[in-house]
Ligand binder design. Structure first.
Ligand code: GTR
Length: 427
């Protein structure tokens, strides 16, 4: 029984059962589509200034995306208690201080626990040393649990797995290390704060009952009610709350990174929370960076039936009816402006529609232009392994759906440039 549960969990988490052959992978079969206007308000006013964008169009689009896709984030606050439950000042061969910080969220007489795993660089070298007394931070969820992204036996199981009460052997410590090259990140002078996304909202159709949603008053938002993606985005902001209070962290240099479904959540978090200076979507695909109206790879009908607990119920209305969507993902991406946006794709991940991801970032560029910033220059995609690092950044690499060292190296080069460090400065 426990094994079946775990298998199911792995399948849901990796999306194995969601991949079906009927998706379109032929560019010639992409329908003719018209994207909803980015810079025209609902009443027809054309946006030509930053002021109009920030006062009128941006709030309008925030509402449209919340009501139609991700759900409304409740305004009520829940109580959070933070507790450093373990510390190791000599982690990663002395290169980092590792902390495990238990977040206890409480509301409506209930508690939800989540465990952050934190690595802070001990030594900075070269130009970094002069420039930094506080360090920039990558914030991002992991999928398989904190214990799986390192081989350090002192790292505790994420609370979600403890609740499942599965044998340790089945939990496979260290099985997800490749996506979190901790030493490499620490050596570049960045801190990392990660947490298992299941701690915030367990990723299954019944997950809401164990999630942070239960800490809020009864939800009356109907079809616009938030679900998992909204909760994960909210949780990232709670991690940022904690990070911003730490002496070692540079609160002005926060990057949020998310892969795949967490790329979707990172974009929604980055749209809402302006403390994220760099917003990184790694292969977020449908409901993330990819344009829905291209109907390429994963589609709205598919994603909302495979994962009914991710989006707000209103999004399911557009199953098989993408051309009727009153919004598309370029509008979500534009909500990150004037902060830095990085969209990345993989050639072997056609399910996520790399071209659709690129084009959404390209079509978000006019908002960056309003600020005098550089988005993407042309609707033609760059070649593989030829990153573009403008105020909107993009790369496509060879290989499959994954987070690789190549991806991390691009993100760190880009952040170095954005934050004005060392050899990559001059951005
Ligand atoms: C897939 C899903 C994608 C993506 C992926 C993942 O099954 O269809 O939208 O979210 O899972 O998160 O790895």
């Amino acid at each position: 029984m426990k094994r079946t549960l775990l298998l199911l969990l792995i399948m849901v988490t990796t999306g194995i059962y969601a991949q079906q052959p009927e998706a379109n992978y032929d560019e010639a079969r992409v329908p003719k589509y018209t994207l909803p206007e980015l810079l025209t308000c609902e009443d027809g006013t054309t946006v030509t200034t930053v002021r109009q964008w920030e006062r009128r169009r941006r709030p309008e689009l925030m509402r449209i995306m919340a009501d139609g896709e991700y759900g409304r984030t409740p305004k009520a606050k829940v109580k959070v208690r933070y507790e450093v439950v373990a510390e190791n000042r000599q982690a990663l061969n002395g290169k980092a201080t590792q902390q495990q910080v238990l977040f206890t969220f409480s509301g409506q007489g209930r508690e939800v626990k989540a465990l952050a795993l934190v690595y802070i660089p001990n030594h900075l070298s070269g130009p970094q040393q002069k420039q930094r007394s506080r360090v920039p931070v990558f914030i991002g969820y992991n999928f398989p649990g904190n214990h799986a992204i390192t081989d350090d036996p002192a790292v505790r199981f994420s609370p979600f797995f403890e609740r499942l009460n599965i044998d340790d052997a089945l939990l496979q410590r260290a099985r997800g290390m490749s996506r979190w090259p901790l030493s490499m990140i620490i050596e570049r002078g960045y801190a990392v704060v990660t947490m298992c996304y299941n701690d915030i909202f367990p990723d299954n159709a019944d997950g809401a009952r164990q999630s942070v949603l239960t800490l809020f008053p009864e939800n009356t938002d109907g079809d616009a009610r938030w679900q998992a993606l909204g909760a994960w985005a909210w949780g990232s902001s709670r991690i940022a709350d904690w990070v911003c209070r730490q002496r070692w962290a540079d609160a002005h240099k926060l990057a949020i990174i998310g892969h795949s479904r967490q790329g979707k959540a990172a974009l929604w978090a980055g749209a809402q929370d302006t403390r994220f200076e760099v917003v990184i979507s790694n292969e977020s695909g449908c409901g993330g960076a990819a344009l829905s109206k291209r109907e390429f790879g994963e589609r709205v009908g598919r994603i909302t039936s495979s994962f009914p607990h991710w989006f707000c119920p209103a999004f399911t209305r557009y199953s098989g009816r993408e051309q009727e969507l009153p919004f598309d993902q370029h509008q979500l991406l534009a909500l990150v402006a004037p902060r830095h946006l990085y969209v990345a794709s993989a050639e072997g991940d056609q399910w996520s529609d790399p071209r659709g991801e690129y084009l959404a970032a390209y079509y978000a560029s006019p908002v960056y232009a309003l600020y005098g910033l550089r988005g993407l220059p042309s609707p033609s995609m760059p070649a593989i392994h030829q990153p573009i690092h403008n105020d909107i950044a993009y790369h496509i690499r060879a290989g499959r759906h994954d987070v690789t060292d190549y991806d991390w190296l691009q993100y760190m080069d880009y952040c170095d440039s954005v934050f004005g460090y060392g050899r990559h400065a001059g951005h």
